[in-house]
Write a protein that binds this ligand. Structure first.
Ligand code: TYD
Length: 156
């Protein structure tokens, strides 16, 4: 099924000048950039986005890390894009993330792990609405689509 997922290029990737390389990975894979912008996150938004972590001891440090610079938020589309991007992202602790994943290849930390990616289609929908207005998400199709998918992969 065609899906769109949310990726955040965290301040660690901005500081380390990895934004282009990381976006390139999604492009190379055959995923489509459906939305892209730079923004500054604030504590309120992060309390929503990381609601499952607000009571954890590392939460204040996570807020400082995520507000250190602007971030780049990206809406990434493709067939089964949520799981595909999650697999490309790798484990939360970058030292445990497999080589070949973005975290595995570009980072050494559990906190400074360079990107966020939505973990389910339900959360992807919620997170896309949290970071993008509807008019910032573009529904064009890539001219390469017939070289990326078999026809039946696009209809089921
Ligand atoms: P989480 O949603 O558990 O993981 P993921 O980003 O892989 O979906 O955690 C969100 C972020 O919180 C994680 O990317 C970095 C930070 N974090 C820590 O700094 N230490 C931790 O022990 C955990 C679990 C998360």
């Amino acid at each position: 099924m065609m899906e769109t997922t949310l990726v955040i290029l965290k301040p660690s990737s901005i500081q380390r000048a990895l934004a282009g390389k990381i976006l390139s990975r999604f492009e190379q894979k055959g995923l489509r950039i459906a939305g892209l912008k730079m923004m500054m996150l604030d504590e309120n938004l992060l309390r929503e986005h990381y609601a499952h972590l607000v009571d954890r001891p590392f939460f204040p440090s996570l807020i400082l890390s995520m507000t250190a610079t602007p971030v780049i938020v990206a809406a990434i589309s493709g067939v089964e894009a949520v799981q595909t991007v999650r697999q490309m992202t790798g484990a939360t602790n970058s030292r445990k993330a497999l080589p070949g994943t973005i975290r595995g290849d570009f980072s050494m930390s559990g906190q400074e792990n360079v990107i966020h990616a939505s973990d389910s289609p339900e959360n992807a929908a919620i997170e896309l609405a949290r970071f993008f207005c509807p008019e910032e998400l573009y529904d064009y199709s890539l001219i390469s689509t017939p070289s990326l998918y078999a026809p039946d992969e696009l209809t089921r």
